[in-house]
Write a protein that binds this ligand. Structure first.
Ligand SMILES: Nc1ncnc2c1ncn2[C@@H]1O[C@H](COP(=O)(O)OP(=O)(O)OP(=O)(O)O)[C@@H](O)[C@H]1O
Length: 284
Protein backbone atom coordinates (compact mmCIF):
# COMPACT_ATOMS: atom_id res chain seq x y z
CA UNK A 1 0.00 0.00 0.00
CA UNK A 2 1.41 3.34 -1.02
CA UNK A 3 -1.02 5.52 0.88
CA UNK A 4 -0.11 6.88 4.30
CA UNK A 5 -2.28 6.23 7.35
CA UNK A 6 -3.54 9.79 7.25
CA UNK A 7 -4.70 9.70 3.63
CA UNK A 8 -8.46 9.94 3.09
CA UNK A 9 -10.44 6.71 2.82
CA UNK A 10 -12.05 7.92 -0.43
CA UNK A 11 -11.25 10.87 -2.67
CA UNK A 12 -13.29 11.50 -5.84
CA UNK A 13 -12.32 14.59 -7.83
CA UNK A 14 -14.57 15.54 -10.73
CA UNK A 15 -15.49 11.90 -11.43
CA UNK A 16 -17.65 11.18 -14.47
CA UNK A 17 -18.53 7.60 -15.40
CA UNK A 18 -20.10 6.77 -18.76
CA UNK A 19 -21.56 3.65 -20.37
CA UNK A 20 -22.72 2.82 -23.86
CA UNK A 21 -26.44 3.36 -24.34
CA UNK A 22 -27.33 1.00 -27.18
CA UNK A 23 -30.80 2.49 -27.63
CA UNK A 24 -29.49 6.03 -28.05
CA UNK A 25 -26.43 4.80 -29.95
CA UNK A 26 -24.22 7.01 -27.77
CA UNK A 27 -22.38 7.11 -24.47
CA UNK A 28 -24.42 8.28 -21.48
CA UNK A 29 -23.31 9.58 -18.12
CA UNK A 30 -24.04 7.38 -15.08
CA UNK A 31 -22.51 9.88 -12.65
CA UNK A 32 -21.33 13.36 -13.58
CA UNK A 33 -18.54 15.46 -12.08
CA UNK A 34 -18.73 13.96 -8.58
CA UNK A 35 -16.45 15.36 -5.83
CA UNK A 36 -16.50 13.28 -2.66
CA UNK A 37 -14.14 13.26 0.30
CA UNK A 38 -14.37 10.57 3.00
CA UNK A 39 -12.02 10.61 5.99
CA UNK A 40 -10.97 7.40 7.70
CA UNK A 41 -13.28 6.26 10.47
CA UNK A 42 -16.32 8.00 8.98
CA UNK A 43 -19.55 6.09 8.31
CA UNK A 44 -21.40 7.27 5.21
CA UNK A 45 -24.81 6.51 3.77
CA UNK A 46 -25.49 7.13 0.09
CA UNK A 47 -29.13 7.92 -0.63
CA UNK A 48 -31.07 8.75 -3.77
CA UNK A 49 -33.91 7.67 -6.03
CA UNK A 50 -33.69 4.67 -8.35
CA UNK A 51 -31.16 5.23 -11.10
CA UNK A 52 -29.49 8.19 -9.34
CA UNK A 53 -26.05 6.57 -9.60
CA UNK A 54 -25.57 5.08 -6.11
CA UNK A 55 -24.29 1.67 -7.20
CA UNK A 56 -22.16 3.32 -9.89
CA UNK A 57 -20.38 5.30 -7.18
CA UNK A 58 -19.58 2.09 -5.27
CA UNK A 59 -18.52 0.38 -8.51
CA UNK A 60 -16.20 3.28 -9.31
CA UNK A 61 -14.69 3.14 -5.80
CA UNK A 62 -13.84 -0.54 -6.31
CA UNK A 63 -12.62 -0.10 -9.92
CA UNK A 64 -15.48 -2.14 -11.37
CA UNK A 65 -16.00 0.81 -13.70
CA UNK A 66 -13.37 3.36 -14.69
CA UNK A 67 -13.98 7.10 -14.75
CA UNK A 68 -14.15 8.78 -18.13
CA UNK A 69 -12.97 11.96 -16.43
CA UNK A 70 -11.65 12.79 -12.96
CA UNK A 71 -9.57 10.85 -10.45
CA UNK A 72 -10.30 8.35 -7.67
CA UNK A 73 -8.10 7.46 -4.73
CA UNK A 74 -8.98 4.80 -2.18
CA UNK A 75 -6.93 4.66 1.05
CA UNK A 76 -4.35 6.90 -0.60
CA UNK A 77 -3.82 4.95 -3.84
CA UNK A 78 -5.55 4.35 -7.16
CA UNK A 79 -7.91 1.35 -6.97
CA UNK A 80 -6.82 -1.49 -9.24
CA UNK A 81 -3.08 -0.68 -8.88
CA UNK A 82 -1.26 -3.92 -9.74
CA UNK A 83 0.07 -6.13 -6.94
CA UNK A 84 0.15 -5.54 -3.23
CA UNK A 85 -0.16 -1.76 -3.68
CA UNK A 86 -3.79 -2.22 -4.68
CA UNK A 87 -5.88 -0.55 -1.96
CA UNK A 88 -8.76 -2.85 -2.88
CA UNK A 89 -6.96 -5.58 -0.92
CA UNK A 90 -8.14 -3.73 2.19
CA UNK A 91 -11.68 -3.12 0.96
CA UNK A 92 -14.56 -5.42 1.95
CA UNK A 93 -17.73 -5.48 -0.10
CA UNK A 94 -21.29 -6.57 0.57
CA UNK A 95 -23.06 -6.74 -2.76
CA UNK A 96 -26.74 -6.27 -3.52
CA UNK A 97 -26.55 -9.50 -5.54
CA UNK A 98 -24.27 -12.08 -3.93
CA UNK A 99 -21.81 -13.91 -6.18
CA UNK A 100 -23.38 -16.83 -8.07
CA UNK A 101 -20.47 -19.19 -7.33
CA UNK A 102 -21.48 -19.03 -3.66
CA UNK A 103 -24.83 -20.76 -4.12
CA UNK A 104 -23.50 -24.31 -3.79
CA UNK A 105 -20.96 -23.65 -1.06
CA UNK A 106 -21.53 -23.97 2.66
CA UNK A 107 -21.77 -20.73 4.63
CA UNK A 108 -18.33 -21.32 6.14
CA UNK A 109 -16.80 -21.86 2.69
CA UNK A 110 -18.35 -18.62 1.45
CA UNK A 111 -16.74 -16.74 4.34
CA UNK A 112 -13.43 -18.39 3.45
CA UNK A 113 -13.60 -17.30 -0.19
CA UNK A 114 -12.42 -13.84 0.85
CA UNK A 115 -8.80 -14.79 1.57
CA UNK A 116 -8.70 -18.16 -0.26
CA UNK A 117 -9.63 -19.33 -3.75
CA UNK A 118 -12.53 -21.78 -4.11
CA UNK A 119 -10.00 -24.35 -5.45
CA UNK A 120 -8.01 -24.04 -2.23
CA UNK A 121 -11.16 -24.53 -0.18
CA UNK A 122 -12.19 -27.60 -2.19
CA UNK A 123 -8.68 -29.02 -1.85
CA UNK A 124 -8.78 -28.31 1.91
CA UNK A 125 -5.68 -26.12 1.52
CA UNK A 126 -6.99 -23.63 4.02
CA UNK A 127 -5.22 -23.32 7.35
CA UNK A 128 -6.90 -24.32 10.61
CA UNK A 129 -6.36 -20.73 11.77
CA UNK A 130 -8.27 -19.34 8.80
CA UNK A 131 -11.10 -21.80 9.35
CA UNK A 132 -11.29 -20.87 13.04
CA UNK A 133 -11.29 -17.17 12.15
CA UNK A 134 -14.08 -17.64 9.60
CA UNK A 135 -16.14 -19.67 12.10
CA UNK A 136 -15.52 -17.02 14.76
CA UNK A 137 -16.71 -14.19 12.50
CA UNK A 138 -19.80 -16.18 11.50
CA UNK A 139 -20.59 -16.81 15.17
CA UNK A 140 -19.93 -13.13 15.91
CA UNK A 141 -22.93 -12.20 13.75
CA UNK A 142 -25.17 -14.96 15.12
CA UNK A 143 -24.47 -17.40 12.29
CA UNK A 144 -22.72 -20.26 14.13
CA UNK A 145 -25.55 -22.69 13.30
CA UNK A 146 -25.17 -21.83 9.60
CA UNK A 147 -21.60 -23.10 9.13
CA UNK A 148 -22.53 -26.24 7.16
CA UNK A 149 -25.73 -24.96 5.57
CA UNK A 150 -25.67 -24.49 1.80
CA UNK A 151 -25.45 -20.75 1.09
CA UNK A 152 -28.14 -21.10 -1.59
CA UNK A 153 -30.54 -22.47 1.05
CA UNK A 154 -29.95 -19.63 3.53
CA UNK A 155 -32.54 -16.91 4.01
CA UNK A 156 -31.79 -13.36 2.95
CA UNK A 157 -31.03 -12.26 6.52
CA UNK A 158 -28.73 -15.23 7.03
CA UNK A 159 -26.94 -14.44 3.77
CA UNK A 160 -26.33 -10.86 4.90
CA UNK A 161 -24.70 -12.13 8.08
CA UNK A 162 -22.55 -14.53 6.05
CA UNK A 163 -21.56 -11.70 3.66
CA UNK A 164 -20.65 -9.44 6.56
CA UNK A 165 -18.43 -12.16 8.07
CA UNK A 166 -16.90 -12.74 4.58
CA UNK A 167 -16.16 -9.05 4.09
CA UNK A 168 -14.42 -8.86 7.48
CA UNK A 169 -12.10 -11.80 6.70
CA UNK A 170 -9.71 -9.40 4.94
CA UNK A 171 -9.62 -7.13 7.95
CA UNK A 172 -10.84 -4.27 5.77
CA UNK A 173 -10.05 -0.61 6.31
CA UNK A 174 -13.03 0.26 4.13
CA UNK A 175 -16.35 -1.58 3.90
CA UNK A 176 -18.70 -0.91 0.96
CA UNK A 177 -22.30 -2.10 1.35
CA UNK A 178 -24.83 -1.99 -1.47
CA UNK A 179 -28.40 -1.96 -0.09
CA UNK A 180 -27.47 -4.23 2.84
CA UNK A 181 -30.93 -4.14 4.47
CA UNK A 182 -33.02 -4.78 1.35
CA UNK A 183 -35.24 -7.84 1.74
CA UNK A 184 -34.65 -8.23 5.47
CA UNK A 185 -37.65 -8.54 7.80
CA UNK A 186 -37.94 -6.06 10.68
CA UNK A 187 -35.99 -8.09 13.30
CA UNK A 188 -33.42 -9.04 10.63
CA UNK A 189 -32.99 -5.41 9.61
CA UNK A 190 -32.61 -4.25 13.21
CA UNK A 191 -30.09 -7.02 13.98
CA UNK A 192 -28.07 -6.01 10.91
CA UNK A 193 -28.14 -2.30 11.78
CA UNK A 194 -27.08 -3.06 15.33
CA UNK A 195 -24.22 -5.20 14.00
CA UNK A 196 -23.11 -2.23 11.88
CA UNK A 197 -23.16 0.11 14.89
CA UNK A 198 -21.25 -2.41 17.01
CA UNK A 199 -18.66 -2.78 14.28
CA UNK A 200 -18.23 1.00 14.12
CA UNK A 201 -17.69 1.14 17.90
CA UNK A 202 -15.27 -1.80 17.96
CA UNK A 203 -13.13 -0.75 14.98
CA UNK A 204 -12.57 3.04 15.13
CA UNK A 205 -10.29 2.99 12.07
CA UNK A 206 -12.88 1.24 9.88
CA UNK A 207 -14.64 3.41 7.28
CA UNK A 208 -18.00 2.30 5.91
CA UNK A 209 -20.16 3.40 2.99
CA UNK A 210 -23.69 1.97 2.73
CA UNK A 211 -26.08 2.56 -0.15
CA UNK A 212 -29.72 2.65 0.89
CA UNK A 213 -33.12 3.73 -0.42
CA UNK A 214 -34.77 4.25 2.96
CA UNK A 215 -33.76 6.53 5.81
CA UNK A 216 -35.13 3.92 8.24
CA UNK A 217 -32.25 1.70 7.12
CA UNK A 218 -29.55 4.15 8.17
CA UNK A 219 -27.45 2.72 11.03
CA UNK A 220 -27.43 4.93 14.15
CA UNK A 221 -23.63 5.00 13.87
CA UNK A 222 -23.73 6.87 10.53
CA UNK A 223 -21.75 10.09 10.61
CA UNK A 224 -22.12 11.43 7.05
CA UNK A 225 -24.52 11.29 4.11
CA UNK A 226 -24.24 11.73 0.35
CA UNK A 227 -27.47 12.56 -1.48
CA UNK A 228 -27.61 11.89 -5.21
CA UNK A 229 -30.13 12.82 -7.85
CA UNK A 230 -29.87 12.23 -11.58
CA UNK A 231 -26.16 11.41 -11.56
CA UNK A 232 -25.10 14.40 -9.46
CA UNK A 233 -24.50 15.25 -5.81
CA UNK A 234 -27.34 17.15 -4.12
CA UNK A 235 -25.61 17.40 -0.73
CA UNK A 236 -22.71 15.74 1.10
CA UNK A 237 -21.43 16.11 4.65
CA UNK A 238 -22.29 15.45 8.30
CA UNK A 239 -25.50 13.43 8.49
CA UNK A 240 -27.52 15.95 10.55
CA UNK A 241 -26.71 18.78 8.15
CA UNK A 242 -27.46 16.74 5.03
CA UNK A 243 -30.62 14.84 6.01
CA UNK A 244 -32.98 17.80 6.07
CA UNK A 245 -36.49 18.19 4.64
CA UNK A 246 -35.19 20.58 1.98
CA UNK A 247 -32.33 18.38 0.80
CA UNK A 248 -34.57 15.30 0.66
CA UNK A 249 -37.22 17.22 -1.27
CA UNK A 250 -34.55 18.27 -3.76
CA UNK A 251 -33.26 14.72 -3.94
CA UNK A 252 -36.56 12.86 -4.37
CA UNK A 253 -38.70 15.59 -5.91
CA UNK A 254 -41.46 15.38 -3.26
CA UNK A 255 -42.01 17.14 0.05
CA UNK A 256 -40.56 14.97 2.80
CA UNK A 257 -40.56 15.37 6.57
CA UNK A 258 -37.62 13.72 8.27
CA UNK A 259 -37.10 13.21 12.00
CA UNK A 260 -34.52 11.53 14.21
CA UNK A 261 -35.21 9.59 17.40
CA UNK A 262 -32.63 7.64 19.44
CA UNK A 263 -30.17 8.04 16.58
CA UNK A 264 -32.48 6.50 13.97
CA UNK A 265 -34.29 8.27 11.15
CA UNK A 266 -37.88 8.22 9.91
CA UNK A 267 -39.47 10.01 6.95
CA UNK A 268 -42.95 10.69 5.61
CA UNK A 269 -44.10 12.25 2.36
CA UNK A 270 -46.53 15.19 2.20
CA UNK A 271 -48.89 16.22 -0.56
CA UNK A 272 -47.77 13.37 -2.75
CA UNK A 273 -49.82 11.78 -5.48
CA UNK A 274 -49.11 8.19 -6.43
CA UNK A 275 -49.76 7.23 -10.03
CA UNK A 276 -50.68 3.53 -10.24
CA UNK A 277 -49.92 3.45 -13.98
CA UNK A 278 -46.26 4.38 -13.55
CA UNK A 279 -45.70 3.50 -9.90
CA UNK A 280 -44.18 6.98 -9.47
CA UNK A 281 -44.95 9.55 -6.79
CA UNK A 282 -45.32 13.20 -7.74
CA UNK A 283 -45.83 16.39 -5.78
CA UNK A 284 -49.47 17.52 -5.80
N1 LIG B 1 -23.43 -0.74 -17.72
C1 LIG B 1 -24.41 0.14 -17.88
N2 LIG B 1 -24.80 0.50 -19.12
C2 LIG B 1 -25.79 1.40 -19.32
N3 LIG B 1 -26.44 2.02 -18.33
C3 LIG B 1 -26.10 1.69 -17.07
C4 LIG B 1 -25.08 0.74 -16.77
N4 LIG B 1 -24.97 0.62 -15.43
C5 LIG B 1 -25.88 1.46 -14.90
N5 LIG B 1 -26.56 2.10 -15.87
C6 LIG B 1 -27.62 3.14 -15.71
O1 LIG B 1 -27.04 4.17 -14.94
C7 LIG B 1 -28.00 4.73 -14.04
C8 LIG B 1 -27.45 4.66 -12.62
O2 LIG B 1 -27.39 3.29 -12.24
P1 LIG B 1 -27.10 2.84 -10.74
O3 LIG B 1 -27.21 1.37 -10.69
O4 LIG B 1 -25.82 3.45 -10.30
O5 LIG B 1 -28.30 3.55 -9.98
P2 LIG B 1 -28.79 3.37 -8.47
O6 LIG B 1 -28.90 4.74 -7.90
O7 LIG B 1 -27.91 2.39 -7.76
O8 LIG B 1 -30.22 2.76 -8.74
P3 LIG B 1 -31.16 1.77 -7.89
O9 LIG B 1 -31.59 2.54 -6.70
O10 LIG B 1 -32.30 1.51 -8.80
O11 LIG B 1 -30.35 0.54 -7.55
C9 LIG B 1 -29.26 3.92 -14.24
O12 LIG B 1 -30.12 4.64 -15.09
C10 LIG B 1 -28.80 2.64 -14.91
O13 LIG B 1 -29.79 2.10 -15.76
Amino acid sequence: MTGSGSSPAIEFAGVTVEAWDARAGAMRELIADVDWHVERGEHWVVIGPNGAGKTTILNAARARVLPRRGTIEILGAAPGTPGLADPLLRVGVIEATPPRFAQRMSALEVVLTQPASSAAIRGRRVSADERARAAGLLARFGGHELEDRRYGDCSRGERQRIQLARALMRDPLLLLLDEPATGLDLPGREAFLQAMSRLAAERPSLTTVAVTHHVEEIPASSTHALLLRERSVVAAGPVDAVLTDDHLAECFGVRISISRCNGRWAASIHDAVWEPATGLTHPR
